[in-house]
Design a protein around this ligand. Structure first.
Ligand SMILES: Cc1cc2nc3c(=O)[nH]c(=O)nc-3n(C[C@H](O)[C@H](O)[C@H](O)COP(=O)(O)O)c2cc1C
Length: 177
């Protein structure tokens, strides 16, 4: 049977994305670190090296990037601790110091997961505001290919990882941390 060609948004699940830990400095206190999980990241130019990052407009990290104009990305490995995704993806940096719950390193005052496959630092050069999201175009300032390994994808998260993430985060909350 032929499918109707209209607006079946599940088609978007067939687009492939990675999964990254986004880091930034708090807009109110540069010593404080904020961050979230993002999948909406891609390279969009070679010269200069430009990446696109889309943050939803309620994200506290997004508001900090708007103020400071810079951010870090840690590329996550397939065997990452599922808690990392829940920690950065299921709560807001406005109230929680998420980086205190993981091992991290600082480069140029921006945070990276200690166990990462690659690290990228970027400086915002342009932004586009949509009703739901803000798109940042950002030039790479520094990047490092850290470790061998297979990057975790958003499809991995949807296919088999999400339950582990929910379980790990629920256990963490039950411990009252
Ligand atoms: C698998 C996954 C993918 C996500 N992708 C994005 C994304 O691409 N952009 C975004 O702004 N938020 C994304 N989120 C949601 C944020 O990580 C989440 O809202 C987070 O709590 C925001 O934290 P913040 O308020 O500290 O910025 C994703 C969450 C998950 C679990």
């Amino acid at each position: 049977m032929r499918k109707v060609f209209s607006m079946d948004e599940t088609a978007l699940f067939k687009l492939t994305h990675g999964l990254y830990v986004l880091g930034a400095q708090d807009k109110n206190n540069s010593q404080r670190l904020v961050g979230s999980i993002v999948d909406a990241v891609m390279q969009v130019a070679n010269k200069p090296l430009v990446i696109a990052l889309s943050c939803h407009n309620r994200s506290y990290t997004k508001s900090c990037i708007e103020t400071n104009g810079r951010f870090s990305l840690s590329v996550i490995c397939k065997n990452v601790n599922p808690f990392v995704i829940g920690n950065f993806g299921f709560q807001s940096s406005e109230k929680v110091d998420k980086w205190n719950h993981v091992d991290y390193i600082l480069k140029n005052d921006l945070p990276y997961l200690k166990e990462n496959l690659a690290m990228l630092e970027a400086r915002v050069v342009q932004k586009v505001v949509y009703e739901s999201n803000t798109l940042f175009l950002a030039e790479l300032v520094a990047c490092s290919n850290q470790n061998d390994g297979v990057p975790l994808t958003y499809n991995d998260y949807r296919d088999y990882f999400k339950n582990d993430v929910i379980k790990a985060f629920t256990q963490f909350k039950q411990k009252g941390e």
